[in-house]
Design a protein. Structure first.
Length: 201
């Protein structure tokens, strides 16, 4: 067999592998509520840019010193959201299949997700420009994003309340659990005042 034929076969194999991976990505994402709000064309655009990444146990998936240029959707394995307050790091919650990492950081405009793989992990990586395009053009998609309190959002709220509290004995994990139980999202119209409850702890 000539070298040219071998090269052609390699290209065909690589193209088939790429096509199969994109089909698997589309099949997985289409089962998640967030991505069900997209049209088939929008989902296809995302799948064409997405890829599957692997992480080892203990590897950082997301850090709080910068906003990642990619969202990650966990396909297999588990990770943990780590909360840092006053130099202490606490494991707050497990993130498993279907969990989206990076969304809170993008929507809040600040890096707020310290996530570490607690198992061998596979995740779908989606470029942030694909997400933002859908967010700006699809009202159902953006409304769904805005209506959800994600674990990193809950930690941000917990951190603010802990730092405002006169108490110095508040346990971060316990505070996270309380906020997760009672926090709700409300739409506040222009000119309205929000009532802030500071006595959860």
């Amino acid at each position: 067999m000539s070298n040219n034929n071998q090269d052609d076969n390699k290209k065909t194999i690589n193209q088939n592998d790429d096509l199969n991976q994109k089909k698997l990505i589309g099949s997985f994402l289409s089962q998640l509520d967030l991505f069900k709000t997209l049209s088939q064309a929008e989902l296809t655009r995302i799948c064409n840019k997405a890829k599957v990444l692997k992480y080892n146990i203990g590897q950082a998936i997301s850090k709080t010193d910068y906003i990642s240029s990619n969202l990650l959707v966990i396909v297999e394995g588990e990770s943990r959201l780590i909360g840092e307050i006053n130099g202490n790091n606490d494991s707050l919650v497990k993130l498993g299949q279907g969990s989206i990492i990076g969304l809170s950081s993008i929507l809040n405009g600040q890096p707020c997700e310290n996530v570490i793989a607690s198992q061998e992990l596979k995740a779908i990586s989606i470029p942030d420009e694909c997400f933002l395009e859908a967010y700006k053009s699809n009202n159902d998609f953006s409304s769904y994003c805005n209506s959800k309190l994600l674990p990193a959002d809950i930690f941000l709220i917990s951190k603010i309340l802990i730092e405002r509290s006169p108490r110095i004995d508040i346990n971060t994990v316990a505070a996270f659990s309380v906020v997760a139980k009672f926090a709700k999202i409300f739409d506040i119209k222009s000119g309205e005042k929000a009532k802030i409850k500071n006595d959860l702890f």
